[in-house]
Write a protein that binds this ligand. Structure first.
Ligand code: PGA
Length: 255
């Protein structure tokens, strides 16, 4: 099978605190990833910063948003539509991040958002992940339900427009020592692909990129992608540290 391009997504969350700093980080990353060939880099800043970066002509970079609403317009105070994000350069949208699910976002809302993103011609980075591991393996069932519900309503052709980001919540925002082990990541990515095969077909399922997130840092990036055999990483805190993020992108290019 043809090797897919790796995908490194930088999830800036609600950082940095000023647009000046955002520009500096973006410029440093842009300089550092020049020459990257086999990796797609997606930067997801807070959406108010998107217009600043829209003019970037880089072929390596794409822009993404961290959330969206499913309606196109209306009386929905505080929400932003796919069309608005798209106008300001977003090609991707992270949907169902655990930090949003913790604020009350349900699988049903995730599924509506995913459909809206795909209908708008954007790509959805759909986050799933268990909050804890139990000896009986109940997390397998939990993930199965999360995937089924978050993807409900998608037709087989829509799967070309999604990326699954597996982010075990207990590994997020720590250090590389606390990330999941590459062998376990491999097991989980196979499990996710098997679920998608059962829901759609093997052919379709194996084309859906599965990436890992949760304390991906310079120290573990290469082994997660090579031994863990995932298609890329969703990087949180280290995506705001240009020298580290650049090294992570370079690791993806050789993994
Ligand atoms: P982290 O965050 O890299 O800081 O663990 C990942 C994420 O929450 O997307």
């Amino acid at each position: 099978m043809k090797k897919q391009r790796k995908i490194i997504v930088g999830n800036w969350k609600m950082y940095p605190e000023t647009s000046e700093r955002a520009k500096e980080i973006f410029a440093a990353i842009s300089r550092g990833v020049r020459g990257i060939k086999k990796t797609e880099v997606v930067i997801c800043p807070p959406s108010v910063y998107l217009p600043i970066f829209k003019k970037s002509k880089s072929k390596i970079f794409s822009l993404g948003a961290q959330n969206v609403f499913w309606e196109m317009a209306g009386a929905y105070t505080g929400e932003v539509s796919t069309k608005m994000l798209s106008e300001f350069g977003a090609k991707f949208v992270i949907v169902g991040h655990s930090e949003r699910r913790r604020l009350g976002e349900t699988d049903e809302a995730v599924s509506k958002k995913v459909s809206a993103v795909i209908r708008a011609g954007l790509k959805a980075i759909i986050c799933i992940g268990e909050s804890e591991r139990d000896v009986n393996g109940a997390y397998f069932e939990f993930l199965k339900n999360q995937i089924k519900n978050s993807l409900s309503g998608l037709r087989p052709a829509d799967l070309q427009k999604i990326i699954i980001a597996y982010e075990p919540i207990w590994t997020i925002g720590k250090s590389y020592n606390d990330a999941m082990k590459p062998s376990d990541i491999h097991e989980m990515s196979l499990y996710i692909k098997k679920l998608l095969s059962d829901m759609y077909s093997k052919e379709i399922a194996f084309k859906v990129p599965v990436i890992y997130g949760g304390s991906a840092e310079v120290e573990n990036a290469f082994s997660i992608m090579s031994e863990g055999q995932v298609d890329g990483l969703l990087v949180g805190h280290k995506s705001l540290v240009p020298e580290d993020f650049i090294k992570i992108v370079k690791a993806a290019d050789v993994a």
